[in-house]
Design a protein. Structure first.
Ligand code: ATP
Length: 299
């Protein structure tokens, strides 16, 4: 794995350590009568890996979509390095925010290298169509772009497969290629939506190392994941979404020890939660039954 941090062409450039990279305030997203995300604040600072967790349907992907211009939030604003992000996804990428998707979105019939080159189109003057059609403008910029794409493939561990079709890669490598393609836009912030979904434990550990290496390149990371071990090993901070609202935010130990988080995942009530009185009643009845002397026939 190389860790060349060179940024080229029109990349936004590195940022000072500790600077707020992402600042989402009061983000709300409604779909008709359904509020999928409600008044969520979240910051990511440079040098940080931040996790976003929550049960299925909690609003995590919807929140990502609000950050990346796929959705325009019903309320709230999203700033990247102090500037409000535009509401079109290609402009968000150009501003310095890249993402991967829960469902892999590669160009299946293009090679590994071509997929990464397409990811560079926001950083070259030639643009997407020129990249796809390999027009004269693209050819001129091709060499530098290809060098950078190969650096990224080395970094991600797929250089030897540069000419393989994306669709022929094993699943874990397709996920890696998606990350390489996102990195090709030279982001300052990378959003990963379930990067280890479908991976075996070995691939998951390798992805953990990869995300640390990306952070060490100077790219802040916000990651959605259901694998708790992955999240708690990896993240400096974790925010928990439940039914569209941010329930808890803190370091791994704080979040793991918060009974509301356990309750949200396991469906167990916490102190003062609705239903707590009924649960106490059932528990008392069970304790009484246990304490009662058993009849001979029960033995
Ligand atoms: N385009 C949409 N139109 C209507 N409802 C939507 C839309 N997208 C998401 N939702 C709803 O918003 C809620 C949040 O969904 P979302 O996919 O953001 O959750 P999630 O936390 O990412 O879940 P998972 O972990 O299962 O991926 C769900 O009730 C979902 O059905």
């Amino acid at each position: 794995m190389t860790t060349d941090t060179t940024t080229k062409d029109t990349a936004p450039g590195p940022h000072a350590p500790g600077e707020t990279v992402l600042d989402a305030r009061g983000v709300t997203m409604r779909f008709g009568g359904l509020t999928a995300v409600r008044n969520v604040d979240l910051t990511v600072n440079s040098g940080e890996i931040v996790g976003l967790i929550g049960p299925n349907g909690a609003g995590k992907t919807t929140f990502f979509n609000c950050l990346t211009g796929l959705y325009t939030p019903t309320e709230g604003e999203v700033r990247y390095k102090g500037k409000i992000l535009p509401s079109q996804s290609f402009k968000v990428t150009a501003a310095g925010v890249a993402r991967t998707f829960q469902n892999i979105r590669l160009f299946a019939n293009m090679t590994v290298l071509e997929n990464v080159l397409v990811g560079r189109h926001t950083r070259t003057k030639e643009g997407l169509w020129s990249a796809l059609l390999r027009g004269p403008g693209f050819k001129k910029a091709e060499k530098a772009s290809e060098e950078r794409a190969m650096e990224l493939l080395e970094f991600i561990g797929l250089a030897a497969k540069r000419d393989h079709l994306a669709r022929n890669l094993p699943y874990g490598e397709q996920r890696k290629l998606e990350i390489a393609r996102a990195l090709a836009s030279e982001p300052g912030l990378l959003l990963l939506d379930e990067p280890t979904a479908g991976m075996n434990p070995q691939e998951t550990r390798a992805t953990e190392e990869l995300v640390f290496a990306i952070r060490d390149m100077g790219i802040a990371v916000l990651v959605i994941e259901h694998d708790m071990r992955f999240i708690f090993n990896l993240c400096d901070r974790v925010a928990v979404l439940v039914q569209g609202e941010k329930l808890v935010e803190g370091d791994s130990a704080t979040v793991q020890g918060d009974e509301r988080v356990v309750a949200a995942y396991l469906g167990e009530p916490y102190e003062d939660a609705p239903g707590q009185a009924e649960v106490a009643e059932v528990e008392a009845a069970e304790a009484q039954a246990d304490a009662a002397p058993r009849k001979e026939t029960d033995r």
